[in-house]
Every structure is written in structure tokens, then in C-alpha cells.
Design a binder for this molecule. Structure first.
Ligand SMILES: [Zn+2]
Length: 71
């Protein structure tokens, strides 16, 4: 499975939250894209939260825990 390139110039896997720019502690970024599970897999992302993300970022860059908790 291949992922189409992002259209906004940002790296596909970013260590920065696309909403607030803070560190998101993404497991995939920490491990360099390896199979390390990310904390985000244990969290629920509401449709309202996802709607705030730029379309190109959805399902790619992790939102930080702070933004998830304030959704
Ligand atoms: Zn954030």
C-alpha cells in the first residue's frame, strides 16, 4: 500500500501536532517510521476533531494529546 504525497509540503509523519504545533510524541516518528505503536491508537479522535485538521493531514500526522483531550 502506498500513501500519496502530501500536498501541503509538510512531512507525512510529523513530530508536530497539526493543530497547535506542539510535540505530539508520535510513536512512528520516534521510531523513524518503524512499527512502533503510537499512543494515538489507544485514543479516540472525534469527527469534530478530525474536521479541524487540514485534509492532507488526516490519518497522517498525530494530533498531540493535549488537543485530543480538549476535543
Ligand atoms: Zn496539539
Amino acid at each position: 500500500m502506498s500513501i500519496p504525497p502530501a500536498t501541503d509540503g509538510l512531512p507525512l509523519q510529523s513530530a508536530q501536532c497539526p493543530l497547535c504545533g506542539g510535540a505530539n510524541a508520535c510513536g512512528m516518528v520516534r521510531s523513524g517510521g518503524a512499527e512502533e505503536p503510537c499512543w494515538c491508537e489507544q485514543e479516540t479522535f472525534s469527527p469534530a476533531l478530525l474536521a479541524r485538521l487540514p485534509e492532507a493531514r488526516r490519518g497522517r500526522a498525530c494530533v498531540c494529546l493535549r488537543c485530543v483531550k480538549s476535543q
